[in-house]
Ligand binder design. Structure first.
Ligand SMILES: Nc1ncnc2c1ncn2[C@@H]1O[C@H](COP(=O)(O)OP(=O)(O)OP(=O)(O)O)[C@@H](O)[C@H]1O
Length: 252
């Protein structure tokens, strides 16, 4: 489904990704781990076309993803969450989620400005879909509340709802457990497992919380200094000496 090959990104003298390759099958939940600065977020930024790759290829459903314009990525069925949250603080929770649904709005500028009945019907349908997501993610009670001021765990769920509103097939999660309590991490893992089944998602998750990664992922890829040092089942990667030396010794 996703085939990354020889992916290389350089920033001046730093090689943030050095000929990285891996594949993701439909329905996989892949963990992407590695020390700070290993290139994990850079990889996400390449997959969403925020960063330009210097070398390599990324094939997504047979298409050349690196030839796709950044604004067209969501329409290709790829959505992401951000490490530091990508929400609009002053907008309501519902409107933040509706921002994610934007690509499904078909109305053009003129028909939207004239508020034609077809536009109102479309808006109502998107709103109903957003409300169903808010219900599912236990956010209905705060739907009309501005995102600003809500607890961090709630903001993380809003961020997830916003990404899901785009109806992605590939979901990229950047440190979804960062800042969550132990209990919240367990709840998030259960929610993600269920959503993956319900919405037939393929997921790549960058995360430092090893209990979460090893408990939920089918496969784990480990990066160090921009290079892939391991790729296998959670058990294989956990027992890999290079991974233990580079990362798990410090993370555990
Ligand atoms: N826009 C940029 N300009 C210059 N250097 C960058 C840029 N983005 C990333 N880098 C560098 O690329 C390397 C990889 O960074 P990246 O953020 O991808 O790591 P990471 O594995 O996501 O780390 P973390 O776990 O801390 O989020 C780092 O050395 C970083 O400083």
């Amino acid at each position: 489904m996703l085939e990354v090959s020889g992916l290389t990104v350089r920033f001046g003298g730093i090689t943030a990704l050095d000929h990285v390759g891996f594949t993701v099958r439909p329905g996989d939940m892949v963990g992407l781990i590695g020390p700070n600065g290993a290139g994990k977020t850079t990889l996400f930024n390449c997959l969403t076309r925020r960063y330009q790759a210097d070398e390599g290829t990324v094939r997504w459903d047979g298409a050349d993803l690196l030839a796709v314009a950044p604004h067209a990525i969501v329409a290709m069925g790829i959505a992401r969450t951000f490490q530091n949250l990508g929400l609009f603080p002053e907008l309501s929770v519902r409107d933040n989620v509706l921002v994610g649904a934007h690509r499904h709005a078909k109305a053009g500028f003129l028909s939207a400005a004239l508020r034609l009945p077809s536009v109102r019907r479309e808006e109502a349908a998107l709103r109903a879909e957003a409300d169903a997501l808010l219900d599912r993610l236990d956010l209905a009670a705060v739907a009309d509340h501005p995102a600003a001021g809500l607890p961090f765990g709630t903001l993380k769920r809003i961020e997830l709802a916003r990404a899901l509103a785009a109806r992605p097939r590939l979901l990229l999660l950047d440190e979804p457990c960062n800042g969550l309590s132990h209990g919240e991490v367990d709840e998030f893992a259960a929610l993600l497992r269920a959503l993956r089944e319900e919405r037939e998602l393929t997921v790549i998750v960058v995360e430092h919380h090893m209990g979460f990664v090893m408990g939920i992922c089918d496969r784990v890829v480990c990066l160090e200094f921009g290079s892939k040092i391991a790729d296998g089942t959670p058990a294989e990667v956990q027992n890999d000496q290079a991974v233990r030396d580079a990362y798990l010794g410090a993370a555990a």
